[in-house]
Design a protein around this ligand. Structure first.
Ligand code: ES4
Ligand code: ZN
Length: 327
């Protein structure tokens, strides 16, 4: 079997996907039309042509604008359902899905519409696709901690519909310590904790996410290699990194795919995983991330493919008993 076939066919888990980042331009236009929203782009092609990013912030501006077409519970259902169908086609058998409620509640969309639409898709995915999926609520780090705490309060009546919380949006100038109190509260509630760190921010944000937020997993984390002591710690403690190769190139974290450091992360014993981040914006879903990075890096072979699939299950929040049947 050819390596790209193995990569596409192997069962895998996805641990870093922003559901709003799976919203394809076609769906943006369909939702804009049915919700009576005027878009500043004349066509699907024109919108897609605007997907040329210089850094994280330039992406976030267009990503939050795209999410502005999501109004009804049905919109959130449709978005998540189309992701889940696609993920199943790519042999994703488990997915932990980020959502950004503040992007929607700030526009007057009820929290209930967001989470009920997503939850309905997740449950139908389990039943009809056999895809195990769960939701992780992300706080937007460019907003205040008080805003995050208010969002957590809104979420508590729906506590059974999400398994954890994360931290995303613009990293620079919004360090982990800004959210120490809200993460402490989430920890008391028994929620799983993850955080984006070391994407555009420095290695220090990774260790602070571990120490100050008690994050169980780090999203991105690729800048850890700037601190050898941190690399040793991540490997020794088995802290997983959810790495997103195509995202990193589109947002200029690395100049080219062949300069990506995931081969070195694995070689140093870090529990790295491969993920799609915002597939509608970065040019590929999970399998495209796998095949493109394996093509770009000669040090990745069948052994690494197996390791990455295993890591994706081991780094997931699925109970060990359930996972045993998957690996
Ligand atoms: C994101 Cl790539 C990335 N980084 C931080 N926050 C995000 N939200 C959606 N995609
Ligand atoms: Zn992300």
């Amino acid at each position: 079997q050819e390596l790209p076939d193995i990569l596409r066919r192997m069962p895998k888990a996805e641990l870093h996907i922003h559901i709003e980042g799976s919203l394809e331009p076609e769906l943006i236009f369909a939702m804009a039309r049915r919700n009576g929203i005027e878009l500043p782009y004349p066509s699907v092609e024109a919108l897609r042509a605007a997907y040329a990013f210089t850094d994280l912030q330039s992406f976030l501006d267009i990503y939050y604008a795209g999410a502005g077409v999501l109004i009804t519970e049905e919109d959130f259902f449709d978005m998540a359902w189309s992701y889940l169908v696609r993920a199943r086609e790519e042999n994703v058998i488990h997915s932990e899905i980020f959502f950004d409620p503040q992007t929607h509640t700030a526009r007057g969309v009820p929290f209930a519409a967001v989470i009920n639409g997503l939850d309905r898709a997740v449950r139908r995915g389990r039943e009809e696709l056999g895809l195990s999926a769960s939701l992780i609520l992300c706080f937007l780090r460019h907003l205040s901690e008080a805003d995050a705490l208010a969002t957590l309060e809104q979420a508590l009546p729906f506590r059974d519909k999400f398994i954890g919380v994360g931290l995303d949006s613009g990293e620079r100038g919004n360090p982990p310590e800004k959210f120490a109190a809200v993460f402490g509260r989430c920890r008391e509630l028994g929620l799983h904790l993850v955080a984006h760190a070391g994407e555009e921010g420095p290695a220090r944000y990774i260790s602070d996410a571990l120490d100050l937020l008690k994050a169980e997993r780090i999203d991105h984390g690729v800048r850890c290699l700037e601190d050898p002591a941190l690399v040793a710690r991540l490997a020794a403690e088995g802290v997983a990194l959810t790495v997103c190769p195509l995202s990193n190139v589109k947002l200029k974290v690395f100049p080219e795919l062949c300069r990506h450091n995931i081969g070195e992360l694995l070689a140093r014993g870090i529990v790295a995983t491969i993920n799609s981040d915002d597939p509608a914006y970065f040019g590929g879903y999970l399998n495209e991330n796998f095949t493109a990075i394996f093509e770009a890096l000669p040090e990745l072979g069948a052994g690494e493919a197996y390791r990455l699939a295993r890591n994706s299950f081991e780094a997931s929040f699925v109970p060990e008993e359930t996972r045993k049947g998957w690996i």
